[in-house]
Design a protein around this ligand. Structure first.
Ligand code: KG4
Ligand code: ZN
Length: 343
């Protein structure tokens, strides 16, 4: 039943962050994220360890979200959860938990596509930002995703292009690893890049038709480049880290901006909304601001906490579906591969 105040509990467990949020309509009352530190020592996410950590975290994280929002579970209107895409073992934890709690409380259950949630995060109430108006182009860039999506309405989305191999965040992290930087290296590449010369070294850009992306070749060319240079000078990386990072970042941003520009040309849409952890990159923010002036784009970036994986973005989709009465049956199963717009 729709009330003036609808409280949604949202659960996200698709990768290595266990998160729970409480929303009152479009407003976030709490958004608790337990980031799993265990993966750092392995230089990437270990799926088996991720699902075990989700099992340990889920109950305390949900309790904390309720406590922070000062909401009793009896006040909840519905429970939204990430059904996919993501790591199967991780998704299973959130899915089973959400199903059981919804059954126990006898309230509606709402499944959410994680990729749609990254996009609809722009509609979380935020007094410092205005949400995009339809239609707009969404570019989701993170450690797990790289997609350009045409968004015509909350639930009418078309994927125009995506990565054929590594995600853009992986390109940052793997390049950083080659330079001996700790995981996740993206923010460190960004930091060094700010002090470096982005034209110091030239890395090739992949030739991929249309709006798809490819980042695996870049990683290989950086590997060969570093091998060659360190043979000549073993201290090459430490002596030139700022310039290497700036050049790597420049190449990645060129790839992203070229594809965005092509998407704008193809669709005639100049409203660009970006999300995902890589949206924190200072270089992409600068490039988008420049494009506002030079190309007449309007760009949108949500608060950082709603860019990285979080349950608040699952909650906003939960609320939108709740208003439409779009509920999910208890027979629902987690879905590791789950394309936008599919059932
Ligand atoms: O959205 P997110 O937290 O998790 C995934 O769903 O993957 O994104 C994490 C990714 C990592 O690859 C990380 O290196 C990258 O976002 N990242 C950055 C920056 N901050 C985070 N990459 C470049 N520059 C940054 N400032
Ligand atoms: Zn994500």
């Amino acid at each position: 039943m729709v009330n003036s105040k609808n409280y949604i509990l949202a659960i996200e467990s698709s990768c290595d962050d266990t998160s729970a949020a409480i929303l009152c309509n479009t407003k976030v009352l709490s958004n608790v994220v337990a980031t799993q530190e265990i993966h750092k020592q392995y230089g990437g996410v270990v799926p088996e360890l991720a699902s075990r950590a989700h099992q340990q975290n889920i109950v305390p994280v949900v309790h904390q979200a309720l406590a922070k929002a000062n909401i009793d579970k009896k006040q909840l209107s519905a429970i939204a959860f990430t059904r996919g895409p993501g790591l199967m073992g991780s998704l299973l934890v959130g899915t089973s938990f959400a199903k059981s709690l919804a059954l126990g409380l006898n309230i509606p259950l709402i499944e959410v596509n994680h990729m749609e949630a990254h996009i609809l995060a722009h509609f979380i109430e935020d007094e410092t930002r205005t949400p995009p108006t339809f239609p707009f182009l969404a570019m989701t860039i993170s450690g797990g995703h790289t997609q350009i999506v045409k968004v015509t309405d909350y639930f009418t989305m078309e994927v125009l292009g995506e990565t054929l191999d590594d995600a853009v965040g992986e390109a940052f992290d793997k390049s950083a690893k080659l330079m001996g930087l700790p995981y996740p290296g993206g923010p460190l590449v960004d930091k060094h890049a700010r002090q470096g010369n982005s034209l110091a070294y030239d890395f090739p850009k992949p030739k991929v038709d249309g709006l798809n992306f490819s980042f695996s070749g870049l990683k290989t060319s950086i590997l060969y480049f570093l091998q060659r240079e360190t043979q000549k000078n073993p201290d090459f990386v430490s002596e030139n880290i700022d310039d290497i990072c700036a050049s790597v970042q420049y190449t990645i941003l060129e790839i992203l901006m070229e594809k965005l520009q092509l998407a704008v040309e193809q669709t005639g849409i100049k409203q660009i909304a970006i999300g995902g952890g890589v949206a924190a990159n200072s270089g992409i923010r600068t490039r988008l601001k420049e494009a506002e002036k030079s190309l007449g784009w309007t760009t949108y970036i949500p608060k950082f906490e709603y860019c990285t994986d979080n349950a608040a973005m699952i909650g906003i989709v939960g609320y939108l579906k709740f208003m439409e009465g779009d509920f999910t049956d208890q027979s629902v199963a987690a879905k590791a591969r789950y394309a936008i717009g599919s059932k």
